[in-house]
Design a protein around this ligand. Structure first.
Ligand SMILES: Nc1nc2c(c(=O)[nH]1)N[C@H]1C(S)=C(S)[C@@H](COP(=O)(O)OP(=O)(O)OC[C@H]3O[C@@H](n4cnc5c(=O)[nH]c(N)nc54)[C@H](O)[C@@H]3O)O[C@H]1N2
Ligand SMILES: Nc1nc2c(c(=O)[nH]1)N[C@H]1C(S)=C(S)[C@@H](COP(=O)(O)OP(=O)(O)OC[C@H]3O[C@@H](n4cnc5c(=O)[nH]c(N)nc54)[C@H](O)[C@@H]3O)O[C@H]1N2
Ligand code: SF4
Ligand SMILES: [Mo]
Length: 711
């Protein structure tokens, strides 16, 4: 090809959809060739920041292992089939099973990438809607369920989660989060490092509690080891000190906060020495941090996965809310604030505030939240015979065999399903059980508007990204698969199926009618057309106070003391034990910047370098078991066992071992070239489907009791 024939180089701007940080990307392309992927310095939120995963978008796009055509399982192996035949087959089987055994016999699991793919958010539930199944599961119940439940109880809407105003904060108290690896969560905070440095340059401090001295601990001003699962004791200690020493100052919040006195009375009844003995943080440290937090003019408390997916997840997250309220930092600049996204799912005609325990799971009686059941119950719902037994499953962008508790049990359960269909771009540990895999377009082949994470971002911005590449002939987007499947099922059931608008039409409506919308005569006059003019994104300013107006309870009041949580507090008091038995080991997880949950391990660029999936164990714990760093060990829990390499590390506190989740790629029958060479073992073969945050039903994946011995 001579120069004149070469396609021109062009620059494409888009949001990275791989994690919650939604960084702005600047991608240089020539024809179908990606020349470079960089951070967009003009992006009003991410300001040029990216991480190594963004560059791997190119690897996903080009990966020969990525599926591009529907696959049907046959006696002779996988067979490629056409889209019409595939969708007819799925609709036929799902409908037949629902007709024979009831709608609840058809379950679904929606995995994490659905929330990063707006067409799945607008159309995902439409696929099985005609079956009216209550057997709905998602990654929510291995993740942020406690936050959504509390947001609904306290503020009246499951998406009304207060976000730390890190750009103006002066005292940042963090429990169980590692934003330097994760890039933030329920806190969309691209470029955490620069934002933390700015906080410190203003004279502010960050204090972190984590059983591991993580990457973030190294950057914090203060790090304290805390025993897994005991954060509630530490937080109770802070609150008790604040109440006992008369440091509570909720200010204007007192005018619309109910239940503070009741909560204070319940908390003051605890004994500080006993709380300290339970979490392992000295009384003097608890009292000092309480005093500093209360005295800081702008302080924010924040807790994430380490605190969310543990035995006392909802209780701990409630105590974090209370801390922000009693110190007057909720709805205050530099404290925690409610974002106001351009497409607002809170104050909207399609708003779904939430509901809890309106029904329960069949076998164990676990409560639903907002129409979903805890995924810890999925395997038993498949394995236990009787009316309502799950016989068919649709998975979408999820790998629950590696991501949910007792994955090995789920693995066995999936093998016995009458029918399973997976909407996924890989043949992996979960989708290998499907009878049919429906692969949608790759991330760069569709448009994007981040419908979810603007609700959790540290600054209000908006951005619409066009597709970078045309979708290949015949290919379907995720939303088109859901829509076609729903229509085919409805046709077989002879029920009406109103076609839905396209995702971008829904966004246009949401933007126009939203808080900065053309329909509301806002000066920004946002619409899809307006966002298209500025593909690098539009700044809508820092987070602003919005209470009590934004509260979604009819009376515009905050409910500080939900009775269910006070009940849980009493259970906690009854179960507090003090220091664990000598020799006891507690398993926690770990995230790495170059890994993304259970996938992206098929990118050679990301997995290269030193091994990252060993078990980390403190040198003392190794020594007393006669184990050597680098040796192979067997980890056992009630649920199962795995064999892995152990690495000595004083990053973890004695009594704690750390293994990342999302590995275990050695299971037979997948089509993952690179991943299989970097197999690792699955943390979730050890986690326990009976070990839960009992209040919400969220899985307790951190703090699992284990033993370790030479293999
Ligand atoms: N022990 C332990 N377990 C954990 C956690 C932990 O900290 N410790 N964390 C939990 C958390 S927070 C989460 S969110 C879950 C995540 O667990 P899952 O919900 O299982 O999500 P992923 O592991 O991200 O799985 C991604 C799947 O989506 C597919 N995929 C990627 N992009 C697309 C797309 O655009 N369309 C479609 N259709 N498919 C796509 C991939 O091929 C892969 O199969 O894991 C949880 N499990
Ligand atoms: N690179 C990368 N980024 C990601 C992901 C990824 O897999 N890789 N996953 C994304 C997803 S789905 C999510 S939800 C977010 C999660 O975002 P984060 O919550 O920031 O992620 P983690 O790195 O799991 O941090 C949890 C921390 O809690 C600590 N911990 C464990 N148990 C306890 C405990 O009982 N108490 C306390 N105080 N700490 C504890 C762990 O040691 C760990 O450092 O990350 C997102 N970003
Ligand atoms: S931090 Fe990395 S993976 Fe997350 S949005 Fe930014 S570039 Fe993408
Ligand atoms: Mo997550």
């Amino acid at each position: 090809m001579n120069a004149a024939e070469r396609p021109a180089e062009r620059i494409h701007y888009r949001a990275c959809n791989l994690c919650e940080a939604i960084c702005g990307l600047e991608i240089r392309v020539r024809g179908s060739e990606i020349l470079s992927i960089r951070g967009d310095h003009a992006d009003p939120l991410s300001r040029g920041h990216i991480c190594p995963k963004a560059v791997a978008l190119k690897d996903i796009h080009q990966d020969p292992d990525r599926l591009r055509q529907p696959l049907r399982r046959t006696a002779a192996g996988w067979e490629e089939i056409g889209w019409d035949a595939a969708l007819d087959y799925a609709a036929e089987r799902l409908t037949a099973i629902a007709q024979a055994h009831g709608g609840n016999s058809v379950a679904s699991y929606f995995g994490n990438p659905n929330v990063h793919n707006y067409g799945s958010m607008t159309h995902g539930t439409r696929a099985l809607a005609p079956l009216k199944s209550r057997s709905r599961y998602s990654a929510t119940s291995v993740d942020q369920l406690p936050h959504q439940l509390l947001a609904w109880w306290m503020y009246g809407h499951q998406l009304l989660v207060p976000i730390a105003d890190i750009d103006h904060c002066e005292y940042f108290l963090v429990l169980g989060a590692n934003p330097l690896a994760s890039n933030g969560s329920l806190m969309t905070v691209p470029d955490f490092r620069a934002r933390l440095k700015a906080l410190q340059a203003r004279g502010g401090r960050m204090v972190l509690l984590d059983p591991r001295r993580s990457e973030t601990a190294e950057a914090a001003d203060e790090h304290h080891f805390i025993r897994p699962g005991t954060d509630a004791a530490f937080l109770l200690g802070l609150l008790k000190t604040i109440f006992d020493e008369g440091l509570a100052a909720p200010g204007r919040l007192a005018q619309f906060a109910d239940g503070l006195d009741e909560a204070a009375a319940a908390i003051r009844a605890f004994d500080l020495e006993a709380l300290s003995a339970h979490c392992g943080i000295p009384v003097a440290t608890i009292r000092r941090i309480a005093g500093e937090f209360a005295a800081a003019p702008r302080a924010a408390a924040y807790g994430r996965i380490g605190v969310s997916i543990q035995r006392w997840g909802t209780l701990s997250q409630w105590l974090i809310q209370l801390l922000n309220i009693v110190s007057g930092n909720l709805d205050r600049e530099g404290g925690v604030l409610f974002p106001l996204p351009a497409v607002d799912l809170v104050d909207s005609p399609v708003s779904k505030p939430g509901h809890f325990a309106a029904w329960k799971s069949r076998v164990r009686g676990l409560p639903e939240f907002a129409g979903e059941l805890p995924v810890a119950a999925l395997a038993e719902e498949i394995l236990t015979p009787g009316e309502g037994q799950v016989r068919a499953l649709l998975t979408s962008a999820g790998n629950p065999v590696l991501s949910t508790p007792n994955g090995a049990q789920l693995d066995r359960a999936l093998a016995g399903l009458e029918f399973m269909v997976s909407v996924d771009i890989y043949l992996n540990e979960t989708t290998r059980h499907a009878h049919l895999i429906l692969p949608p377009t790759a991330p760069l082949e569709h448009d994007h508007y981040d419908l979810i994470f603007h609700h959790f971002a540290v600054r209000n911005t908006a951005r619409y990204s066009e597709p970078l590449f045309d979708k290949p002939a015949g290919a379907l987007h995720d939303w088109e698969i859901f829509e076609s499947l729903g229509a085919r099922i409805a046709q077989r059931l002879e029920v009406k199926y109103q076609p839905a608008p396209r995702p971008e039409q829904i966004i246009d409506l949401g933007l126009r009618g939203g808080p900065y919308g053309a329909m509301r005569k806002h000066p920004q006059a946002l619409s899809l057309a307006r966002l298209r003019q500025q593909p690098g994104g539009i700044d809508l300013g820092p987070l602003q106070p919005s209470l009590p107006q934004r509260l979604q309870h009819g009376d515009k009041r905050i409910r500080c003391a939900p009775p269910e949580v006070l009940e849980e507090l009493r259970r906690f008091a009854g179960e507090m034990r003090g220091a664990p038995a000598a020799g006891a080991l507690s398993l926690i997880g770990r995230r790495h910047l170059r890994s993304n949950n259970s996938w992206m391990h098929n990118s050679a660029r990301l997995v290269k370098g030193p091994l990252r999936h060993q078990l980390l164990m403190h040198p003392q714990d190794l020594a007393c078991r006669g184990l050597k760093s680098g040796s192979t060990v067997r980890i056992r829990s009630r649920a199962g066992e795995v064999v892995v390499e152990v690495a000595s590390s004083d990053e973890v506190m004695p009594g704690v071992v750390s293994l990342p989740h999302g590995w275990g790629h050695d299971r037979a029958g997948t089509r993952l070239g690179v991943a299989q060479a970097h197999a690792g073992a699955s943390n979730n073969d050890l986690t326990d489907e009976t070990y839960l945050d009992r209040l919400s039903g969220n899985a307790a994946l951190n703090g699992v009791p284990v033993t370790v011995e030479a293999a």
